[in-house]
Design a protein around this ligand. Structure first.
Ligand code: ADP
Ligand code: ASP
Ligand code: MG
Length: 419
């Protein structure tokens, strides 16, 4: 008998009908002779709605209480799913993250898994039941508090359970047929990839493709979990996330990703002398913010002053601006500029390592479409550029076409608001 872990995302369990449909699919998997463990997300946009509610009562909600609140979303879906399965005559038991042994560190809102002790899940399987585990949540042993793994974290719950239980496969069931060459909501001609290397998937996830939680990809790679992203709305084969060692020629460009979640801060009028960048980024580092791109302009000869710009996740911007303001006189810069109307476009492909001219092709495509590039950064298998936020979607479509990625038919998105 093989053990399968299935993760159902919020759009797949958005209402009672969907929960019954998912219950049926779980029962079919069970009837096919498998042991089934399910990680489930909150219904539809529940997590976003709860976040909105929290912000209505407190501008900066207390992190411990926010985790308490947000984890209720998954409690609802797990219990409903277990009920639905039971009413079909099959045994099922739901477990919170802490009951299922998802032990994390204490960082509320972005906790990391430190141990997985799924004793109760194993017992339920041994007794012939389907185990349903609330995604996205864990428990910290020291504080004895409930934690969450960060937005999109149910994917990571599923992979961690698959690793701990030695599952044959971890299926991520969602509202599209798999991993596409771009977000099909933005690029209708995107096509499904049969496979993607974990290395490329990590870059795509980091660049904003939210189809998989980046930590789920990392975890799967580290623990050798077979990861299959597919639709919960049909039975077609989806996308397998594979290791790079396989004997395949990698395409130059595998996919295009867009990210509207970052903002740009420019430190204006920095004295162009050694140590200033160190000063600025030490201040930034102390806030715990994650910096992405950095650009330093050539200093104006007349003034000996330069500007340093960097991008970071929007939610981190306020604390970074505040920290820099406090040290303004000490560091000696003139002013700060904040711009939250940027978009980041990335092209990713393992074959980039061995081909020349990818940047030229990317920049040409953007310039022909009249889209201005404000910042550039690269890794071995990725090139990212910053554009105006309102031209990002068009930029993605143009670049997708320029690299010959357009499929023959329009991609199908089965559900969800994409929120
Ligand atoms: P779930 O609720 O199942 O967790 P998510 O909304 O987190 O689903 O992720 C699925 C969505 O990811 C798709 O509906 C799609 O809009 C988006 N997406 C972004 N980039 C990609 C991509 N490269 N391939 C497929 N989907 C993508
Ligand atoms: N419900 C959580 C979220 O919306 C976790 C998840 O869906 O993966 O982020
Ligand atoms: Mg998701």
């Amino acid at each position: 008998m093989s053990l399968i872990v299935q993760k159902y995302g919020g759009s797949s369990v958005a209402d009672a009908e969907s929960i019954k449909r998912v219950a049926k699919r779980i029962v079919e998997t069970k009837k096919a002779g498998n042991e089934v463990v399910v990680a489930v997300s909150a219904m539809g946009d529940t997590t976003d709605d709860l976040l909105d509610l929290a912000r209505e009562v407190a501008p900066l909600p207390d992190p411990r209480e926010l985790d308490m609140l947000l984890t209720t979303g998954e409690r609802i879906s797990m219990a409903l799913l277990a009920m639905a399965i039971k009413s079909m005559g099959f045994d099922a038991r739901s477990y919170t993250g802490s009951q299922a042994g998802m032990i994390t560190d204490s960082r509320h809102g972005s906790a990391r898994i430190v141990d997985v002790t799924p004793g109760r899940v194993r017992e339920a399987l041994d007794e012939g039941a389907v185990a349903i585990v609330a995604g996205f949540q864990g428990f910290n042993r020291d504080s004895r508090d409930i934690t969450t793994l960060g937005r999109g974290g149910s994917d990571t719950t599923a992979v961690a359970l698959a690793a701990a239980l030695g599952a044959e496969v971890c299926e991520i069931l969602t509202d599209v047929d798999g991993v596409f060459t771009a977000d099909p909501r933005v690029v209708p001609r995107a096509h499904k990839l049969d496979r993607v290397t974990s290395e490329e998937m990590l870059e795509l996830a980091a660049a904003g493709s939210k189809v998989l939680h980046i930590r789920a990809v990392e975890y799967a790679r580290r623990h050798d979990v077979a990861l299959h992203v597919r639709s919960s709305f049909n039975n077609t084969e989806g996308t397998w996330v594979v290791s790079r060692s396989e004997n395949m020629e990698e395409p130059i460009i595998t996919g295009v990703a867009g990210d509207l979640g970052e903002a740009k801060i420019t430190v204006v009028g920095v004295p162009d002398v050694p140590g200033k960048a160190a000063d600025i980024f030490t201040i930034v580092a102390k806030t715990g913010a994650n910096i992405d791109m950095i650009v330093q302009n050539v200093s104006a000869a007349a003034t000996g002053l330069t500007d340093i710009s960097f991008t970071l996740p929007k939610p981190d911007a306020e604390k970074v601006l505040a920290a820099l303001r406090v040290e303004q006189t000490e560091v000696g810069f003139a002013s700060l500029q904040y711009d939250d109307q940027i978009g980041k476009l990335s092209v990713v492909g393992g074959g980039m390592r061995t081909s020349a001219g990818v940047s030229a092709q990317l920049f040409t495509a953007l310039s022909e479409a009249g889209i201005n590039i404000e910042m550039i950064s690269t890794s071995e298998i990725r090139i990212s550029v910053v554009t105006r936020a309102d031209s990002l979607n068009e930029a993605m479509r143009v670049v997708h076409t320029a690299f010959g990625l357009d499929g023959e038919a329009e991609a199908v998105v089965y559900a969800g608001t994409g929120r």
